[in-house]
Write a protein that binds this ligand. Structure first.
Ligand code: PEP
Ligand code: CO
Length: 457
């Protein structure tokens, strides 16, 4: 081999639109390309939803996660909805995420980096592009950013105007999140008030109340000892947004050049991720993501080969920068012990300082006898335990969890302290897409994760 052939190939030039020359999986067939183009132009003229500096701040926190100095909690809806959009639902979701975070931080002693699947999580990849009922075939529901749930041709036809509505709903969601997290709601002095009534009466709710009382006592002790607890770290929470970057026209239109660094950032969210179905290394999603400087995620399922994941890391993080890339393992409880360790080893041996997070939801979905798409909390906890065990075996850090949850008292996942049984699923099954943990099940999981984290070191 000559020296010349060993030199790395220069990367092809990138701009926010180069993805258009690559095959893009899971894209809707937009019926009106003029309309789509008009919407893209309008989106491109609207203000960014987040600032590059905030994305950089998250990136440096994720760098701490990659070193084992912090833990990532990424959580929220499977899909946000245009219907029933209101402040209370956002508040309750934030409340349960803050509760899970405080359980993790207090029990493990490491900071929790909080990232919502929120303010942009409106597009869904699907296992089949169309759905057939009684001989009628229509496009599958692809999230409210694209089309609607009812099975009619009008509802299922992609409408570009939905991209704008998604932007505006994201903007008002983000506005409210900023107010809640910086305006007193997330103050640790209010840790007891985050427990909702229906949670407080359950065993995990009472366990949370005991922990909250301890935090309260610690804060009062600080005051009594003359150490002020009036710090921004106590009064305010840092909360970041994320979603799957599926519809690339939307992401491109919100990608802006940062005036400070001249780098490109996808200003639709602080963090964006690539789904299990769109992570083809020569595909449009990887092409788009390689050029934006945000922290990015990539889902990794049980079919992933080690070389494939290392190639993904090389494409998305050639500079091996801590905090840039989070790999989100979603193997399923049965597969995690076999499938994950070889990937952990290969990525480590290739020198990529990634964050490894566990999504214990998407590999454990099944249809119940009652016809509901569901997940069993026992399987979810088993995958989490398997994820921690795999890291212990290889000597890498289990860096975080990625959850689908809601603050509402839904019955979508089975199990938990106040067990939801198969026959209960129909009672309050409200999700538009995948089944979410309710607030009690989320707390239960938080305590179990905290125990695993304590054993980590
Ligand atoms: C999701 O996170 O909602 C999702 C569709 O996940 P995955 O890409 O891992 O299937
Ligand atoms: Co989902």
């Amino acid at each position: 081999m000559t020296n010349a052939s060993r030199e790395p190939k220069p990367l092809p030039t990138w701009d926010p639109g180069t993805w258009r020359s690559y095959p893009a999986a899971q894209q809707p067939t937009w019926p009106d390309s003029d309309e789509l183009e008009k919407v893209e132009k309008e989106l491109a003229s609207l203000p960014p939803l987040v600032f590059a500096g905030e994305a950089r701040e998250l990136r440096s926190k994720l760098a701490a996660v990659s070193r084992g100095e912090a833990f990532l909690l990424q959580a929220g809806d499977c899909a946000e909805s245009f219907d029933g959009f209101n402040a209370n639902a956002i508040r309750d979701k934030l409340r349960v995420i803050l509760q899970v975070a405080v359980v993790l931080t207090y029990s493990s002693g490491v900071p929790t980096v909080k990232v919502g699947r929120i303010a942009g999580q409106f597009a869904k990849p699907r296992s089949k592009p169309t759905e057939t009922i009684d001989g009628t075939e229509l496009p599958s529901f692809l999230g409210h950013m694209v089309n609607d749930v009812p099975f009619s041709s009008g509802d299922r036809t992609p409408q570009a105007a939905r991209l704008l509505r998604a932007y505006h709903q994201s903007s008002s969601t983000l506005n409210l999140l900023r107010a809640f997290t910086k305006g007193g709601f997330a103050d640790l002095h209010r840790v007891q008030a985050w427990n909702q009534e229906f949670v407080g009466s359950s065993p995990e709710g009472r366990r949370y109340e005991r922990l909250a009382a301890e935090i309260d006592r610690a804060l009062r002790f600080m005051e009594a000892a003359g150490i002020s607890s009036q710090h921004p770290e106590i009064h305010e929470a840092d909360f970041y947004t994320s979603h799957e970057a599926l519809i690339l026209q939307y992401e491109e239109a919100l990608t802006r050049r940062d005036s400070l660094t001249d780098d490109w950032y996808d200003c639709s969210a602080h963090m964006v991720w690539i789904g299990e179905r769109t992570r083809q290394v020569d595909g449009a999603h990887i092409e788009f993501m390689r050029g934006v400087k945000n922290p990015i995620g990539c889902k990794v399922g049980p079919s992933a080969a080690a070389e494939e994941i290392v190639a993904l890391c090389d494409a998305l993080d050639p500079g091996r920068e801590p905090g840039r890339l989070t790999l989100i393992s979603r193997m399923g409880a049965d597969a995690v012990a076999d499938r994950l360790p070889p990937l952990l080893e290969a990525v480590r041996d290739a020198g990529h300082p990634v964050v490894w997070a566990c999504d214990p939801m998407h590999g454990n979905t099944f249809t119940s006898d009652t016809g509901h798409k569901t997940r069993d909390l026992d399987d979810i906890l088993a995958e989490l335990a398997g994820f921690f065990a795999a890291h212990r075996q290889v000597g890498t850090f289990p860096g975080g969890v990625h959850l689908e949850l809601t603050g509402d008292d839904v019955t979508e996942c089975l199990g938990g302290g106040d067990a939801v049984a198969t026959d209960d699923l129909g009672k309050r099954y409200e999700t538009m897409c995948d089944p979410r943990l309710n607030a009690r099940q989320s707390l239960d999981l938080a305590f179990r994760t905290a125990e695993l984290l304590q054993q980590r070191t």
